[in-house]
Design a protein around this ligand. Structure first.
Ligand code: MV4
Length: 453
C-alpha cells in the first residue's frame, strides 16, 4: 500500500439500490465517509438510512434525479465529496458525466472518459479489442453504410448474420437475417430502432452465433501498469437480456481455457492502458471465445467473484481510483470453490410483471456460505419507478455440487411477503437437471425452461 496517498475525504454514491449499499459498505470498511443521493421516492431506502449523509436530488423520475448530472454535481460540491462512485447503470458508463465530474476537481471512481467512450461505441470497442489481441466474432470492419455494403459484408461473413447498433449493447437494437432476402428489412429496422433508442443509427454486422454461452472476465488495472484478471463469470441464464442467475467459475471451461482467456483479457487490458475494474464480455461456442463488449464499470454480479477470490472488489476499486497500486500479483490470485448469484426481483415468477409494494415479512436465509445483499426490510415499500431487483442471494460452496445444495437450502429459507418475487422461479431453476449438469446456453432459459414452467 503506498502510504503517501491521502484517502478520499468523502465519497458521493451517485446511485441507488443494492449497488449504492454495496459501495457504502466498502467505503465504511475503508473508514471513508459517504454521501448517498436519493429521489423523493427513495426517502425510506436503506442507502439513505446507512449513509453518513444523504441528499434528495429530485423526484422519482430517474431523468430528474439519478440521471440529473447538475443535481449530482451540486450534491457533491455542497457536501464536500472529493470522489463520486457511479455504481451500475444510470450514469456509470456516461463519458460526459465522468468528464464533468473531473472538470469539477472530483475523482470519478472508474476508468477515463476516453475508455468509457471507446467501449460505449461497440464499433470502436471492437477495433480496440482487435488491436489489443482479443478474438472477435467474424464481422464487418466497422460500421455499415448502406444496404449494398451490408449485402457485400454479409456474403463475406456468411449467413446467418446479426445486425447490431453501435450505440447499443445489452441486446437492444439487434436484428438477425438468415438469408439475403431477410437482409433489407432486418437492416432497415435495426437502423430505425437504433435511431429511436440511442439517437444514432450506426450499425455493424457480425456472424450470428446460434447457441453460445455468455462468459465474462473480470479485469483490474491500476495507474502504474499493473493488471490482473479475477477469473470468469458464467452469465448465460438471462431473460430478455436481464441476467437472473450467474455462477463462478463457468461449468463449461477447462482449467486451460480459463487460463488462456484470463491472460488474453489481462494482456488486452494492459495494452489498452485501462484503469480500474472492467469486465470483458465474450460469447463462447464450440470451444472458441469471441469478444462482444467491454463494460467499464462494476457489475451487479461481482459478488460471486468476491466469494471465489476472497477479494473486496469495491474496496480495491476505490483504492485504485485514489492512486494506490494493486498489491496482488496474478500468481497471488487464488480461486477457491464455487459461487452462485440468484437475482431476486420484485416481480411475478410466472409472468415477470413487476410487483412493487409493502413488504410485511422479510426473512433472509443464513448459515455457512450464505450472503444476502438486500436493499429491502420488513415494512419497506418497494417503489414502482425503478428496476425490480430487490435482493441478491449469493452462495459459496467448496465445489459446484455443494454450492447448488446450499443455494437450494437458502432459497427454501427465504421469505418475502406479500409481494411476488423470483424466489419461486429460482427454486425451480436450482433443481433443474440441465442446471445441475451445467448444460445450458443463452437460449436455454427462454426456449427450454420457461415454456415448461
Ligand atoms: C450476439 C449473439 C449471437 N451472435 N452476437 C446480446 C446482448 C449483447 N451483449 C450481445 N448479444 C448477443 N450478441 C453474435 N454475433 C447473441 C447475443 C445474445 C445474447 C448474448 C449474451 C447473453 C444473452 C443473449 C441473449 C440474446 C442474444
Amino acid at each position: 500500500m503506498k502510504t503517501d496517498i491521502k484517502p478520499f475525504k468523502k465519497i458521493l454514491i451517485a446511485n441507488r439500490g443494492d449497488v449504492a449499499l454495496r459501495v457504502l459498505r466498502a467505503a465504511r470498511d475503508l473508514k471513508i465517509p459517504t454521501v448517498s443521493v436519493h429521489s423523493s421516492a427513495d426517502n425510506e431506502a436503506m442507502h439513505v438510512k446507512l449513509a453518513d449523509e444523504s441528499v434528495c436530488i429530485g423526484p422519482a423520475k430517474s431523468s430528474d434525479s439519478y440521471l440529473n448530472i447538475q443535481a449530482l454535481i451540486s450534491a457533491a460540491l455542497l457536501t464536500g465529496a472529493d470522489a463520486i462512485h457511479p455504481g451500475v447503470g444510470f450514469l456509470s458508463e456516461n463519458a460526459d458525466f465522468a468528464e464533468i465530474v473531473k472538470a469539477h476537481g472530483i475523482t470519478f471512481i472508474g476508468p477515463s472518459p476516453e475508455h468509457i467512450r471507446t467501449m460505449g461505441d461497440k464499433v470502436s470497442a471492437k477495433k480496440a479489442a482487435k488491436n489489443a489481441g482479443l478474438p472477435l466474432v467474424p464481422g464487418s470492419d466497422g460500421a455499415i453504410e448502406s444496404i449494398e455494403h451490408a449485402k457485400k459484408e454479409a456474403l463475406k461473413i456468411g449467413y446467418p448474420i446479426i445486425i447490431k447498433a453501435a450505440s447499443g449493447g445489452g441486446g437492444r437494437g439487434m436484428k438477425v437475417a438468415n438469408t439475403e432476402t431477410e437482409l433489407p428489412e432486418a437492416f432497415g429496422s435495426a437502423r430505425s430502432e437504433a435511431k429511436a433508442a440511442f439517437g444514432d443509427d450506426t450499425v455493424y454486422i457480425e456472424k450470428y452465433l446460434k447457441n453460445p454461452r455468455h462468459i465474462e472476465v473480470q479485469v483490474f488495472a491500476d495507474s502504474y501498469g499493473n493488471v490482473i484478471h479475477l477469473g470468469e463469470r458464467e452469465c448465460s441464464i438471462q431473460r430478455r437480456h436481464q441476467k437472473l442467475f450467474e455462477e463462478c467459475p463457468s461449468p463449461a471451461l477447462s482449467v486451460k481455457e480459463r487460463q488462456i482467456i484470463g491472460e488474453l483479457s489481462s494482456n488486452a487490458t494492459k495494452q489498452l492502458g485501462y484503469l480500474g475494474l472492467g469486465t470483458i464480455e465474450y460469447l463462447y461456442e464450440n470451444g472458441e471465445f469471441y469478444f462482444i463488449e467491454m463494460n467499464t464499470r462494476l457489475q451487479v454480479e461481482h459478488p460471486i467473484t468476491e466469494m471465489v477470490t476472497g477479494l473486496d472488489l469495491v474496496c480495491e476499486q476505490i483504492k485504485i481510483a485514489n492512486g494506490q497500486k494493486i498489491t496482488l500479483k496474478q500468481k497471488d490470485v487464488v480461486f477457491n470453490g464455487h459461487a452462485i448469484e440468484c437475482r431476486i426481483n420484485a416481480e411475478s415468477p410466472e409472468t415477470f410483471i413487476p410487483s412493487p409494494g409493502k413488504i410485511n415479512t422479510f426473512h433472509p436465509p443464513g448459515g455457512p456460505g450464505i450472503r444476502v445483499d438486500s436493499t429491502v426490510y420488513q415494512g419497506y415499500e418497494v417503489p414502482p419507478f425503478y428496476d425490480s431487483l430487490i435482493t441478491k442471494l449469493i452462495v459459496y460452496g467448496k465445489d459446484r455440487e455443494n454450492c447448488l445444495l446450499r443455494t437450494q437450502r437458502a432459497l427454501d429459507e427465504f421469505i418475502i411477503e406479500p409481494i411476488d418475487t423470483s424466489i419461486e422461479l429460482h427454486k425451480k431453476l436450482i433443481c433443474n437437471e440441465d442446471i445441475k449438469r451445467g448444460e445450458y446456453s443463452i437460449k436455454w432459459l427462454e426456449e427450454k425452461f420457461l415454456p415448461n414452467l
